[in-house]
Write a protein that binds this ligand. Sequence first.
Ligand code: N0T
Length: 529
Amino acid sequence: VLAVWASVALGQDIPRIVSEGGRHALYVDGAPFLVLGAQANNSSNYPEPLGKVWPVIERLGANTLEIPVAWEQVEPVEGQFDFAWLDTLLAQARAHDKRLILLWFATWKNTAPAYAPRWVKLDNARFPRMITPTGASHYALSPHARSTLDADRRAFVKLMEYLRDKDSRNTVIMVQVENEPGSYGLVRDHGPEAQRLFAGPVPEALRKRLGRKPGTWREVFGADADEFFQAWAVASHINAVAAAGKAIKPLPMYSNAALAAAAGRQSAATYASGGPVHHVIDIYKAAAPALDLVAPDIYTPDESAVAAYLDFYARRDNPLLVPEIGNSRPFARYFFDVIGHGGIGFAPFGMDATGYANYPLGARSFDEALDLFARIYRLFGPMQREWAKAAAEGKVWGVSEPVGAAAGHQRTIQLGPYRATVSFGRHQFGFDPPTGNPEPTGGAAIAQLGPDEYLVTGFDARVEFALAEAKDGKATGESLLFDRVEEGRFEGGRWIFARVWNGDQVDYGLNFTGQPQVLRVKLARLRTA
Ligand code: N0T
């Protein structure tokens, strides 16, 4: 009680993840917060390019900017720390009324040590690379070098001390520790320390969590042993860094994954082995309790793969955050699936005007899909807190437009007593079947506000409600009516009424266009038999 009082009195309601009953919320300033984010390009982490970042963030209507802090820029000379970048960044973020998620680019940045200071990345004796089975040097740093961990951790602690001392307002709401860790082309380290550990027993914490009998890595995990061993080592390093940082200021922290294929198992030499890919989430949970979550970086536009990834990462023990998603047009609609999974945040990657585009992962230009992301953020911005609160209570649903005719250009949402059918590409008047939108831009989101009362919104979609039990049009003696459909908006936590939808606006379902429209829908059952 005293600690709570003290933190409130000091204005230090530190952001935190609150999980209850397998649902999650990111608390910012003491209440659930939905990250309507955008990630800057990798090299935008200097004062000068910020001038090309903020205008894009403003156009998007994002509430959070994800941006790197490089180890090389804060500790260019060993033991000499320089946080001028953060001085500028924090001041400008506050002036723009935006929150920040800092990306700690250190031992692993897309697995490589390129962002480590030169006194680290050029000293292989003290900060060794991984070793291949034939004794050659790999490009990635070994996760088994105490010296590397000590140096990384010391710099990260300085970063967190800076935030403790200079950010009592908590402009920074989360920290990503490393970036897409692991190693490409080599499944695990074969250096002397790695070999010694690999021949030894699987750590008890891991073995018990996975319910396995004791044994060596190979005995326990067979063909998975190399990747699991690497994941344990990388996650342990990240955990030690995160734990030391949290001891200074306990901000939410996470690790992001360069994903493995959603279906089947490709060779671990072909993706970032040891990173938090979906089939090693449990290893990260065992090795890295200091992390609040592991997160998918989504660059495949394939809807079944995206659906699989969201299912993999939205878990009772893992809040869903999508810290990177491609910034081309097909990706925008996946916002609805992410928040439908109770996600705490979403951020297209590469959203600044510094001149780089990661096509074909994302768009040819940062502004190709800006309108699609921006309309979503403008819709959800005013009610992000209400949405995040409903998500924490497990009362949210969301779907996006499927491509191709197989799904019939529609999706179904089960709302307990009701079923919502969301269809795409129809005239607003009448019964014409859905044919899909000219491009897949549609999506709908529903949050339960009370008994029989739902917040309903979306773009380029029609939403229709039915009784869940009334299958195949069979009469049940009951029919479903709209008691009342109000259009309005949330402002400062209050619902502002604009008008009642009736007549054509409800007779053929609730039609959402490109306009930002939010409805409060009260459903009622009419007994007819
Ligand atoms: C992402 C971004 C940035 C299709 C790529 C994705 C960001 C990092 N890496 O622009 O580098 O810092 O997190 C790698 C995806 C590779 C997939 C290639 C197969």
